[in-house]
Design a protein around this ligand. Structure first.
Ligand code: ARG
Length: 490
């Protein structure tokens, strides 16, 4: 790359691409710590609040069977997220490399497990989360146009596909624009959560508590169903590990990482429980289960004539999350491409716009494929199934490294039972739904994850020659088509 380009690239170093370039050059230049406590909290809160709190209440209620266990599960998910994040605080301050779980797994269990993680994340977790969020977006965007009935599937799926296209385009065009979209929409989601919570408090104060009495009647006792209820609640909390991807950019990480977690996650938990209480002040459990979009139904009952703000702001919230999810997905595919764990082209960066365009487009294509056959709930179940497998493995990595890597400095040290509990909970979460109802889909999901192993040996470990020969012209054509270049070498 010529000097002019290198200079321009350096100038444009802000946002995700800068992180990408930073992580590439980190051994030469100390990464700049720019993220303070408040921004850290905003990052956690902004990623966690997205589509889940507007979509999951239905499924959590359905699987838990009654209002009481439903609210308890929402609170328990908050506790789990906090505990998980505290374990990650220890890992993040002990191993300060970029890449979150990827670095911890590779440190504790070696390259193969890290590869499986990146394979699953790039092929399944990231695109499926983009698909879930855009489907929720589509549901809320279309519901107001079909009063009293559920919008046709073709409409929601086409809308979701359009949203994916738009978001990928924004992220490919400019890092600045994507950042801007993110910030504006984060404000929107806080606003709508606040409106719902306040409206709910007012309803409570007016004595609308009938749906909250006899709260445990009809509770579900099936282990598998409770597991599925957790999957859906935990989806709404997902994103609690986000700060770990930017530990290096955090000012005073030893103080701010745990503090942001201790402030941010309980804050979200309280909001989520209150939002659910708010829903129950006006909707009976049956009404909630029948509503195609809970928050819209709530708005119609409580906020009339201003009820239109609810779908509008939920649409903003989901759009913002989808944008954020796409943003980090680009970065992950980029990292694994760079490590040789994915095809190289995924790590390339747009010459003119400095965005990881190939990785973003790849993620968008996979997400569009995922929305075709599936509905939101099925996707959430598979997402949580695979994701909690890796959260559990990462907690296990913490325990293993307490013995194998005693020498590492641990500025934050959590009680080891916390990591143990995380491992146990994740075993439960991964196994209970399968044991209870052995759907073939979980098997497909597992086969898909494991199939990554068959690619590992020839393509990653041995780097067979013919694969390179085939990939070289393809990479070159794509490179010309998208005007992308390999990331700068230091
Ligand atoms: N909790 C978010 C939601 O409710 C989803 C977060 C997806 N995960 C992520 N790492 N971006 O929409």
């Amino acid at each position: 790359m010529d000097e002019e380009n290198i200079r321009k690239r350096k100038e444009s170093q802000n946002g995700s691409t800068s992180n990408i370039v930073d992580s590439q050059t980190k051994d030469k230049q100390p990464a700049k710590a720019t993220v303070g406590l408040l921004s850290g909290i905003c990052l956690i809160v902004g990623t966690m609040i997205g589509s889940g709190i507007f979509i999951s209440p239905k499924a959590v209620l359905l699987y838990s069977g009654a209002v009481g266990p439903c609210l308890l599960i929402w609170a328990a998910c908050g506790v789990l997220a906090t505990m998980g994040a505290l374990c990650y605080a220890e890992l993040g301050t002990m191993i300060t490399k970029s890449g979150g779980e990827y670095s911890y797994l590779s440190e504790a269990f070696g390259s193969l497990v890290a590869y499986l993680y990146s394979w699953t994340t790039v092929m399944v977790l990231k695109p499926s989360s983009l698909a879930i969020i855009t489907l929720s977006f589509a549901e809320y965007a279309s519901t107001p146009f079909y009063p009293g009935c559920t919008p046709p599937v073709i409409v929601t799926k086409s809308l979701a596909a359009a949203a994916i296209f738009l978001i990928v385009m924004v992220n490919c065009l400019s890092v600045k624009l994507a950042n801007y979209v993110q910030n504006v929409f984060t404000l929107a989601k806080l606003f709508i959560i606040l409106i719902i919570v306040v409206a709910g408090m007012v309803m409570l104060a007016q004595g609308n508590t009938e749906n909250l009495s006899n709260a445990f009647e009809g509770s579900s006792t099936s282990v598998g169903a409770i597991g599925l209820a957790f999957y859906n609640g935990l989806w709404a909390y997902d994103g609690w590990n986000q700060l770990n991807f930017i530990t290096e950019e955090l000012k005073d990480p030893f103080r701010n990482l745990p503090l942001a977690i201790i402030i941010g996650i309980p804050l979200v938990s309280v909001c989520y429980v209150l939002v659910n209480v708010a829903y129950f002040t006006v909707l009976t459990p049956t009404e909630l289960l029948l509503s195609p979009a809970v928050a819209v139904t709530f708005g119609d009952r409580v906020l009339y004539p201003l009820s239109w703000i609810v779908p509008l702001f939920v649409v903003f919230s989901t759009f913002g999350s989808a944008n954020g999810s796409c943003f980090t997905a680009g970065r992950l595919a980029y990292v694994s491409g760079r490590e040789g764990h994915m095809v190289k082209i995924l790590s390339y960066i747009s010459l003119k716009r400095y965005t990881p365009a190939p990785a973003l487009i790849f993620n968008g294509i996979l997400a569009s494929i995922y929305i075709i056959p599936s509905d939101i709930n099925t996707l959430i179940n598979y997402f949580s199934f695979a994701q909690w497998g890796f959260y559990g493995l990462t907690a296990l990595a913490l325990i293993v490294m307490r013995y194998t890597r005693k020498e590492l400095h641990r500025p934050v040290k959590v009680p080891i039972f916390m990591a143990g509990l995380m491992v146990l909970v994740s075993c439960y979460l991964v196994l209970a739904p399968i044991i209870d109802k052995p759907d073939l889909e979980y098997l497909y999901c597992t086969i898909f994850i494991v199939s990554g192993l068959f690619l590992y040996y020839p393509f990653v470990h041995r780097k067979v020659n013919w694969a390179r020969k085939i990939m070289r012209p393809i990479t070159m054509h794509l490179q010309l088509l998208m005007e992308v270049v390999p990331p700068e070498k230091t």
